[in-house]
Design a protein around this ligand. Structure first.
Ligand SMILES: C=C(O[C@@H]1C=C(C(=O)O)C=C[C@H]1O)C(=O)O
Length: 364
């Protein structure tokens, strides 16, 4: 087995990951190869500790509410890049996972009830937007995991397709269209992604006012944070229609140059996360409403995850994701609620989003 030290980003040949080690696989949008890191010693971190790992080769996964649950960093003790087929040939497999017990599954009437409570909070506490999420179970066994990952990579070439396991987080997998922050040396990029409709609607068809406003809120939030961090050469492109499997979103791209210290970069991530695309506005009030109203814990859904390293950091929002148990996968999906929301439409939106993963699980 080839080991790579923490600070050495040279990649070795694909090799089997020892049983019980933490691991993460990330296939970037449009890429052919998967980056894999693994370690026997994943570390739990609080947000003020993020900066200690951002310059070191590894993989960071942050939960939705990083104040309440630990982030986990996997150092690149073992690190390689390979095709998905080569990854499968390594026999990659998490250790036995617990069986599913609990975390509230939401039906349409509970969803409507939660939505009404969120609309009441929007009126009472002057919230502009809150994201309401739900979970749906689907049978899936652990020995199907590598095959599910393979199919997700094939079905969503333009998504970031990720798969991570740590003893603390359990096992998560997904295909996300949403970049949180990419930094290659001093060149950075982020996006405001919100507003959802079926991709059957032609891209040239105008978006309705509710979706346009929902996305504009996210854009304004990100613009404000980047201004606060005094980034240079900011360029803004959009909003434009961006496809994500069977649905489309509105997207604005922000590119800029930035030379932050690791502490500065950690502060930028902490300010961006969670964006109003997955939490709401104002951030802290929306977070409180989500904790008070949603019957489940989000854990890593709505968080972010990706590559850490000296020259390259690339984090995506953990959406279109599932949490695996021994015999079930729980799919997490949500949508933005504003005072203009209609309960049936919001439910349909979560059904559309769930199709990303169900399309793969149902074909197993
Ligand atoms: C919250 C999710 O997606 C986010 C919410 C969107 C919306 O409200 O329109 C669109 C894209 C994502 O930023 C999800 O997929 O679970």
């Amino acid at each position: 087995m080839t080991f790579v030290s923490h600070n050495n980003e040279n990649k070795s040949q694909p090799t089997a990951i020892p049983s019980g080690w933490s691991f993460a696989c990330q296939r970037r949008p449009g890429a052919e190869r998967v980056r894999v890191v693994a370690s026997p010693a994943a570390q739990a971190l609080t947000p003020p500790e993020w900066h200690t790992v951002l310059d070191r080769a590894g993989y960071l996964t942050v939960p939705f509410d990083a104040q309440q649950e630990a982030s986990v960093w996997i150092p690149a003790d073992q690190c390689f890049e390979c095709t998905v087929d080569e990854l499968i040939q390594t026999g990659i497999m998490p250790p036995p996972l617990p069986s599913f017990s609990g975390n509230a599954i939401m039906d349409a009437s509970t969803h409507r009830h939660c939505l009404e409570q969120m609309m009441a909070q929007i009126d009472k506490n002057h919230l502009t937007k809150v994201i309401l999420s739900r979970i749906l179970p689907h049978p899936a066994t652990i020995d199907q995991a590598a095959d599910i990952y393979h199919r997700l990579c094939a079905a969503y070439p333009q998504a970031c397709v990720y798969w991570f396991y740590t003893p603390r987080s359990g096992m998560w997998m997904g295909a996300t269209p949403e970049l949180l922050l990419r930094g290659h040396r001093h060149d950075y990029q982020t996006v405001a992604l919100a507003g959802t409709r079926s991709s059957d609607v032609p891209p040239s068809h105008p978006w309705n006012a509710k979706e346009l406003e929902e996305q504009a809120l996210v854009s304004r939030f990100i613009h404000g944070i980047l201004g606060h961090h005094a980034v240079d050469d900011l360029q803004v492109k959009g909003p434009f229609t961006a496809g994500a499997g069977s649905i489309s979103h509105l997207k604005t791209e922000f590119t800029f140059t930035h030379r932050p210290s690791a502490q500065g970069l950690a502060r930028l991530l902490a300010d961006l996360h969670p964006t109003p695309a997955v939490c709401g506005l104002p951030k802290h009030e929306a977070l409180a409403a989500i904790h008070a109203i949603e019957p489940h814990q989000r854990h890593f859904y709505g968080g972010f995850q990706g590559e850490t390293g000296h020259d390259r950091r690339e984090f995506y929002v953990t959406i279109r994701c599932m949490q695996h148990f021994s015999d079930q996968a729980l799919i997490y999906v949500g949508g933005g609620i504003t005072r203009d929301s209609v309960a049936e439409d919001e439910w349909t939106e979560t059904e559309l989003k769930a199709r990303t993963l169900l399309a793969v699980l149902k074909n197993m």
